[in-house]
Write a protein that binds this ligand. Sequence first.
Ligand SMILES: Cc1cc2nc3c(=O)[nH]c(=O)nc-3n(C[C@H](O)[C@H](O)[C@H](O)COP(=O)(O)O)c2cc1C
Length: 354
Amino acid sequence: MVQIKDKMLELPVIQGGMGVGVSLGGLAGAVAACGGMGCVSAAHPGYREADFHNDPNRANVRALKEEIDKARAISGGRGLVAVNLMVAMRQYAPMVRAAVEGGADAIISGAGLPLELPGLTAGSSVALGPIVSSGRAAKLILKTWDKKYGVTADFLVIEGCKAGGHLGFKEEDLLAGTAQSLEEILPQVLAEIAPYQEKYGHSIPVFVAGGGLTGQDLVRFRAMGAAGVQAATRFIATAECDASQAYKDVIIGAKKEDVRIIHSPVGMPGRAIRSPLVERMEAGERRGPDWCANCIKTCDPAHTPYCITHALIEAVKGNWEEGLFFCGAEVEGVDRMSTVAQVLEEYRAALERA
Ligand SMILES: Cc1cc2nc3c(=O)[nH]c(=O)nc-3n(C[C@H](O)[C@H](O)[C@H](O)COP(=O)(O)O)c2cc1C
């Protein structure tokens, strides 16, 4: 059991948010139903809505609330339901408000530093969990929240260099293998949270993420002071994951040599499978957007080499030619379909053995 603000998390495992459309209410609800924290991604949850192209913001706000409801219904009241929000999104503030109005238990926020987050959730009981990739980022967020809002984090996620999706590390370090490991970052973050735990009189549970963390890793990192783990790629190959079977098959079939570090219009490096789109980008091709949702703060549609929203939507639908298939560094270890209950049972059994 781990206390997250005023709620208890039975199993210290978070299913990492996966946009676009990979983790919605179906997957998040199934994880919560087993006692974990399921996470709905707020990156274009409305991509299947009829009005998405005409009014993406409205479609996304509505869909996010529906997906939270769906997760809650599937969970049967067990576990926790969180929303993952990327700071890099232009619609960050309205989507934070939608997550609060939709009744999410927690907001997990990264892809940038969520320095303004407490201001957007003031007066609500939602738990706040920033994502960091260094002790320095944890320090900056906690200091800003303390000074500006008089609050601290309710929990924290450290996303290491082996995670999928956008990565908070320098591309050179990722390619050269010189990025700090989770084992190095964890003690730095634990040192940064210590004064705030004391000041605010509660613990700030830390979850580590990235690299297909297993039950054994959960036990190992708990011994080092973490509260739990966040995992994502292994949840894609489950019956309950909201992506198409074609996406799941891409994950199951991927080998280590198929994994690439890519440039994202978000302005961060990312980790994805070498698909035809990735190969075209590596060859220097440019395909600007046919349509723009105006979604990423740093994206300039006139110059971006590709539209990340289009590429991620095509991936979740299973379009191998056009899609950008994010994955973690240890994707090769995911070689068969399973159920969410089976994945979570592995963690539970490891904890019980320990
Ligand atoms: C397909 C995919 C999409 C992801 N999308 C997001 C996202 O939208 N926001 C985010 O904070 N992290 C995202 N991530 C990172 C995960 O939430 C998680 O922290 C990380 O992948 C954990 O490592 P693992 O996949 O090796 O278990 C994504 C990861 C994957 C594989």
